[in-house]
Ligand binder design. Sequence first.
Ligand code: FAD
Ligand code: SF4
Length: 307
Amino acid sequence: MSCYAAWNPSADDRMASASGGVATMLARTVLREGGVYFGTRWSDTLCAEVAWTEEDAEPFRNSRYVHSVFKPETRRQLQAFLEGGRKVLFVGTPCQVASLRALRDYPNLVCVDLLCHGTSPEEYLADEVKFLAKGRPVTDIRFREGPRFRMSLWNGTECLDAVDAERSPYLYGYLSGITLREACYRCPFASLDRTGDITLGDFIGIDRQNVSFVWTHSGKGENLVRACGCVLEERALEERLAYRPGILEASARHPLRDSFVRRLETEPFHSAVRHILRRYYLKLPFQKAWKWLHHQAHLAKKQLCNR
Ligand SMILES: Cc1cc2nc3c(=O)[nH]c(=O)nc-3n(C[C@H](O)[C@H](O)[C@H](O)COP(=O)(O)OP(=O)(O)OC[C@H]3O[C@@H](n4cnc5c(N)ncnc54)[C@H](O)[C@@H]3O)c2cc1C
Ligand code: SF4
């Protein structure tokens, strides 16, 4: 139906969210109307799992780049709310939304599918966190700081470890397409045929940071987007299609994927991924030096031209 660039008017909310903080605004709207919100948050054991709330959307904010577990009892709870006539908002990956759509078509269910690069198995993240934490308690894991991809481990308000994506084996393996679940490389939902009433993603290609891509597919989706209080700017869908993964094609299987999988047969995740990325890390200082030289040459040329 409609396509928007959208963002939460609060700068603090945007900073704490994955992109424009729109999912949080949609959730708050449904909760205010007496509805229930299902999304993904960390469990007590730091496993990403689908959970629900009727009060507070905050623990669900931001993206967790790992497979989120949708337990049968959580599904049953969701169905009970629907049968009882409560409005339910579900935000999740397109495959999770498709599995819900296999139920009856409930008029009181609004589904949001996220544009999805893929997810890594939960065991990989558990092993990496154990390796990085070295016995220290961890209460939160973050993958983004506003528009920046950065993996950080927290114990309450204390940051235990924080590394930018290019230096984080977990995040680099995920983003480069080495460590996704096998099914994600053949994802049938990475297409224009969306599973939700609303599609949400990063508005890649727009000349502004922390802006969400919002695409509505039904009247109830459109109504919720218009009621949620986000700033909405109508845009052409084609603008977002310039970046294809998740919407026109599945993420590519990285050439190092097979070597990584072979290593995993004899090594834990943290060791296998570091071995595979060793060559990349060795190249990194040279790439940086090369970029720096390039930049200096550019500055020198500019100075000469200005004389
Ligand atoms: C695994 C994953 C891959 C993604 N890949 C892309 C991509 O390739 N391109 C792109 O444009 N956008 C991608 N996104 C979407 C993007 O990161 C944002 O989630 C989206 O733009 C919504 O941002 P927001 O600020 O409105 O959400 P927020 O207000 O920050 O809320 C985040 C929402 O994401 C949900 N969520 C968090 N982690 C998971 C998870 N593991 N599984 C299911 N739901 C989860 C939460 O329940 C919450 O509803 C991905 C998201 C996830 C979770
Ligand atoms: S890439 Fe496809 S299969 Fe993988 S988590 Fe996303 S929607 Fe599901």
